[in-house]
Design a protein around this ligand. Sequence first.
Ligand SMILES: Nc1ncnc2c1ncn2[C@@H]1O[C@H](COP(=O)(O)OP(=O)(O)OP(=O)(O)O)[C@@H](O)[C@H]1O
Ligand SMILES: [Mg+2]
Length: 353
Amino acid sequence: MNSRVAVMQALRSIKDPESEKDIVSLNFIADVKIEEANVTVQFRPDTMNSSLLDQFTAEIKRAVLEVEGVQKVDVVIEQPDHNEAVEAEQEFGGVQDLNHVKKVIAVMSGKGGVGKSLVSGLLAVTLRRKGYRVGILDADITGPSIPKMFFDGRPEISYTSRAILPPVSSSGIKVMSINLLLKNEEDAVIWRGPLVGRAIKQFWTDTLWADLDYFIVDLPPGTSDAPLTVMQSLPMSGILLVTSPQGLAGMVVRKAANMATQVGVPLLGIVENMSFFKAPDTGSEYEIFGPSHAQETADALDIPVLARLPIDSNIAVLCDQGKVEECHLSEFDAVTAWIERATPDCQLPKMPA
Ligand SMILES: Nc1ncnc2c1ncn2[C@@H]1O[C@H](COP(=O)(O)OP(=O)(O)OP(=O)(O)O)[C@@H](O)[C@H]1O
Ligand SMILES: [Mg+2]
């Protein structure tokens, strides 16, 4: 038998006394290195309890030494990557017990490419700047772009046996996306509605979000089944609608209103993106994509137009470089202020992390 297979099989005989699952299934084995008769086991448990660690080490050595041809076994213990891993262990019972999220705001658009991800990102960034604890979920699993806006390169994801630990952006926003779980960023994800819903639900239940004031969800584009499934999978507080001047206002209005009614969640307001271009030399504004429909759309829904955002090449560049946290767009301030007013029980925490 292949010696690595034999070693893994030996390791499977060792059980975690708490969960009664074996340490391989629990993902505690980070790596196994075999050099002739010497085996090194890199062990990454989700506990720092020293007597338990001693017990695991002794059992690993005993089990692996029984494998034919093995003469020496070293156990290298790796610490959990995150303090929260320890917290998760202490409060055994599923990470849902550890997640306390006050408000879930979904960002929706009638069609793709209007700047929904940008608005989701800016909302997270501006709320965080005010000191709120913020998480953002890229629920657009067919074309995820949120991690790219927040990180230069691909952040590492850490796991405990019970939870996914979301990467944290430079200003302290917790970011999660299917894109981060794929082996290759380019891997296409082609899933149908129910599967999308299940995956999103799992991001909600199995990610250690801990305490958050705002949880921003970048929904899949359009007003079809996919965003509806997502909204039904999460406890929504409100929906923010993003449009652009070239959008088909009437259709968006009907579908968005319909969907909000179906999920019983209020539409908070409209953000019109790419509304105009302001010439840097003269200050003149040009409505490049035609006249705005935002107000008539808002009137039909009886909600406010919260902002009209300019076309600004700096924004596109910063987003492409993973620097959305450096974007300052004064027109967006009104959106953040409105969201705060619409969700009054989100108390500003004393300590911005
Ligand atoms: N106001 C703006 N000024 C300049 N560039 C913008 C602006 N809004 C968005 N962009 C750029 O346009 C592109 C599309 O924006 P974004 O990804 O936010 O749209 P989306 O609605 O989420 O698209 P999709 O439907 O594909 O998810 C991005 O490259 C983004 O950086
Ligand atoms: Mg998007």
